[in-house]
Design a protein. Sequence first.
Length: 503
Amino acid sequence: MPITPIIELKAIGKNFPGVRALSDISFSVRPGELHAICGENGAGKSTLMKILSGVITDYEGALTIEGEDVRFSGTADAERASISIIHQELNLVEQLSVAANIFLGRELTVFPARRDDRAMNRSAAALLQSLECDISPTTLAGSLRVGDQQLVEIAKALSLRSRILIMDEPTSALTESEVARLYRVIAKLLNDETTILYISHKMDEVFRLSNRITVLRDGRFIATRNREDTTPDEITRLMVGRELSSHESIPRNVADDCVLEVQALSLAWPGHVRGYRLKDISFKLGRGEILGIAGLMGAGRTELLECLFGASDLAPSGKIVLEGKPIAPRHPSEACRYGIALVTEDRKRLGLFPELSVGKNISMCSLHQTLTGLLISQSKERTASQSMVQKLQVKTASLATGITTLSGGNQQKCILGRWLLTNPKVLLLDDPTRGIDVGAKAELYRLIQTLCSEGLSVIVTSSEMPELLALCDRIMVLNEGRQTAIFDRANATQQLIMHAAAS
């Protein structure tokens, strides 16, 4: 007998100002399967999932859930239909506790209609324990790192006990051990006959977890394949519409002169049993070199970049020398004047100006270059922003388009363009390809290498080991705030790096 779909999408379409996001999308999802949705940034994956979860209510076409036509007027309608979503962009209220975020809008109460914080804390703790993480339910969400915030978002979705669960890049900010925990949770959900729609750019995840794979490209349905009947290469070709060559290094030479030297850099951690976030970090960065920073969650990768950028809450000790001159940036504006730029890992919270346009987001840190007398020249500002849109191939209708209407990958390109306009000597990239598809990653790799061939020096962190191995000249490994190894490209392997990161 044919299987009755739990979800049917019929000729779904959606327009945004100046952009046709979805066109005539039609496919079905079977009950109890993990159905992967693949496509480049801007393919329409997140827009489609927002329609399914009631976030977007104005669209063309029809949606059927368990044989019944539905049209949600909001997320509450979708939740009543037993659909929940884990968004790629974190949606936590930073001023509230973890438990309050998990039960936001669905607070547990005791008679007479009084909020039951104890019950919410107990339930939140049980959910977090199911994810095998030790986050306290009373901790403020805003104090957590991105990876922990992602786990809270996952716990929030699991609390709804929905029959249909949408996961939009759920592992993008997780470490390998956290990803393994999530896989175990997914296996339990599938065993309980939960249907999962899973968006990911990681082919190993897609082929490990999925039953079937649907590919979107440029807002259109391309194909649905059974996992066992396809390959990662075919799915990638369907996603990008062309052959995607494997990562190739651009020929370049790392100059002998040292651009940046760090000596015994340490960062205190008051009140913690360890007493430090970083301890005695020392390294040199050559002109045109790409230095990778590897380590598990909590190793100190982000803290190291924040110290170099003058963005840490406490002043670090030790010495930072840039082009032979000692510097001690106490604020990002100082670091920028020295020639240091940082692309943060948390694009939404720390990278974007959500109320501003694409052009304004790009020009924000280089407005002094657009002055005519004491006034900003709008024509100079537009020219500068447009140069980055063209150089980085940002997909946008115009410079006036709102930054939040762009895909995550194109938003990341805008942030990178912002800092490139400052003409930095050292570019710090904190997990820059988080939530970016394979095609955009390849573009970003080539861009970074091109910039380094022109003399820019780069320090990059990544939670993806193959990325560091493919991109970097050297890889430094951190473990609980201490430097445990530095490997040259020729000598680095995943096994050696993982051993140094865990020992």
